[in-house]
Design a protein around this ligand. Structure first.
Ligand SMILES: [Zn+2]
Length: 275
């Protein structure tokens, strides 16, 4: 077959040998015969150890908790801001550490974007694939099974800044959109729990290669309704594990809680010739 007439290749590569993966029935296969089954939800597990996917990352319960919370729309201001920011762009986007796909699926509604998402936790990816809107796979951020320069766009929400891998998969001139919690994110929740609430430092990661080209804030006020939602948002934060049981109990008496939510959305560009 003339290579010019071949359909656009997948951006994914074999995690065993690094060759390109191509669809073959219900699997993705490389030319060395390594093959990876598509799950019935349509995602593919590209972690080499299947045990890993069950035991690493978030548990099944945490994945469902997160999905149910996000479905109630409290973080819609961030989702909508991302969709607005990315609208009008075209090509392939990689949502790194996509979780259960709340943001990924929304990005997938943008005309002209082909969205891919991955996470380390298989249950997160399974739930994401049920949302649809994108192609999903299970993989580790430390070794993304995607070809060099295979994405023009990437998003990284509340996930570790693994710069060498992010740079590798981005095209020269490609853009990374990164979200970190803003200074007053969940401040109302902290006021309810701590005697001396503190603000986040809003620090953006240090970069060696990427160039910061934009930075904006997304702020909103939300009212968490009921114990289930108050506890759910608290569990999603890193503070949950650092908070003394006596302080955690302060939330038990609340029926609703007003709080700010706040995010910093930063845009980076991979300069030409940076690798
Ligand atoms: Zn292979």
């Amino acid at each position: 077959m003339n290579p010019v007439n071949r359909p656009a290749a997948l951006p994914l590569i074999c995690p065993v040998c690094g060759r390109a993966l191509a669809p073959a029935g219900n699997t993705l296969r490389c030319e060395n015969g390594h093959s990876f089954d598509l799950a019935k939800e349509g995602y593919v597990n590209l972690l080499l150890s299947h045990k890993q996917a069950d035991t690493m990352g978030d548990s099944k319960e945490a994945a469902r908790y997160r999905r149910d919370f996000l479905n109630r729309g409290y973080y819609a201001p961030l989702r909508d801001a991302l969709v607005q920011r990315l609208s009008g762009q075209t090509g392939r986007l990689l949502d790194v550490c996509c979780g259960e796909g709340y943001y990924t699926a929304a990005l997938g509604t943008i005309p002209g974007l082909e969205v891919w998402g991955f996470d380390l936790a298989r249950e997160m990816v399974r739930l994401a694939a049920k949302r649809g809107g994108a192609h999903y796979f299970v993989a580790n951020l430390a070794r993304i099974p995607a070809a060099e320069a295979s994405f023009g766009l990437a998003t990284l929400l509340f996930a570790p800044f693994a710069e060498p891998e992010l740079v590798r998969v981005l095209e020269p001139g490609g853009r990374l959109y990164l979200v970190v919690p803003g200074r007053r994110h969940l401040y109302g929740l902290k006021q309810a729990v701590y005697d001396r609430p503190y603000e986040n430092d809003e620090a953006l990661p240090q970069t060696r290669t990427l160039r910061l080209v934009g930075r904006e804030r997304i702020d909103a006020e939300i009212c968490l309704q009921g114990q289930a939602d108050i506890q759910a948002v608290f569990r999603m934060t890193p503070y949950f594990y650092r908070t003394a049981p006596t302080d955690r109990k302060k939330l038990d008496a609340l029926e609703s809680l007003d709080t700010e939510i706040s995010f910093v959305l930063a845009a980076y560009e991979r300069p030409d010739g940076s690798v």
